[in-house]
Design a protein around this ligand. Structure first.
Ligand SMILES: [Fe+2]
Ligand SMILES: [Fe+2]
Length: 277
């Protein structure tokens, strides 16, 4: 079995002793390797939660960043290896400066570490293409086609030669776990759009998709769009289970649960989902 353990999330399992924070991190325990997907936003919370869950940073064989935002990359110092021994996979657009703008104040929300500093600890493997992280576990690569809505915040900005522009979220990727029963999509924030990410995964890796885990950035989706999501989940992914957290948002989880019943689950820090090899 492959175990996917939620280590950091905005909500934690009651009575678990875990700390919550806005962010996400998953420990993926495969037969021959452990992969950490995102690190939450602070080394303190990641370190505490790993310890409570009995997971040792020294046993991590590879790290993957879903995208640059601080709530996914900021906890990385909790798992620094003593020397460069493990790879860090991410999109090639990872180190572009990213900001949140409110009332003309621009706050940096991208990577907190420079490429040159991070490369002291990890073999940086930045790519736009799908990459096999470990046998049976792939990155999606850049989500190129985006016919459906992206998971945006109107405050997310980048600075270009033309001036301030909305973040195109080129860095956003998810992981695809290949199992004997079908593919499982593991998402960080799904800024590229959860439906775009699903379509891309089917196109690149085939089907069926039997599970979706993580943040789907439906937090600001209105009911009309949520009903469109429900229709697509029903028509195109009838055998898929959804384990949602982080930026999915309570309103979206409640509405999806109401319409799709027991195919929708919450996955908080401390919760584990298992899939056959
Ligand atoms: Fe994000
Ligand atoms: Fe996020």
């Amino acid at each position: 079995m492959t175990k996917i353990i939620c280590v950091v999330n905005d909500e934690v399992m009651e009575g678990s002793g875990l700390k919550k924070e806005h962010g996400v991190s998953f420990w993926i325990e495969m037969q021959h390797a452990n992969v950490l997907f995102d690190t939450g936003q602070s080394p303190e919370v990641l370190s505490h939660n790993l310890q409570v869950l009995g997971l040792l940073p020294i046993n991590i064989d590879a790290l993957v960043f879903s995208h640059a935002h601080y709530d996914h990359s900021g906890g990385v110092a909790a798992i620094f290896p003593e020397r460069t021994t493990i790879p860090l996979y991410a999109n090639s657009d990872l180190f572009r400066a990213r900001y949140s703008s409110k009332d003309d104040v621009y706050k940096s929300i991208g990577m907190t570490m420079k490429e040159s500093d991070l490369s002291h600890y990890f073999y940086l493997k930045l790519s736009d293409d799908p990459v096999e992280v470990k046998p049976g576990l792939w990155t999606t690569g850049t989500i190129l086609e985006r016919p459906e809505r992206m998971g945006i915040s109107k405050h997310h900005m980048v600075h270009t030669q033309a001036g301030w522009e909305h973040d195109p979220y080129q860095d956003d990727l998810s992981l695809v776990l290949k199992t004997s029963a079908g593919n499982v999509l593991i998402c960080g924030c799904s800024h590229a759009g959860i439906l775009n990410t699903l379509y891309h995964t089917e196109k690149v890796f085939g089907g069926p998709i039997i599970g979706v885990i993580g943040g789907t950035h439906l937090i600001s989706a209105d009911d009309q769009y949520l009903d469109h999501i429900v229709d697509v989940f029903q028509d195109r992914y009838p055998d898929c289970n959804f384990y949602l957290n982080h930026c999915t948002g309570k309103n979206a989880i409640d509405r999806l649960m109401e319409k799709l019943g027991d195919r929708i689950h919450m996955i908080n820090a401390g919760n584990t989902v298992e899939f056959p090899e």
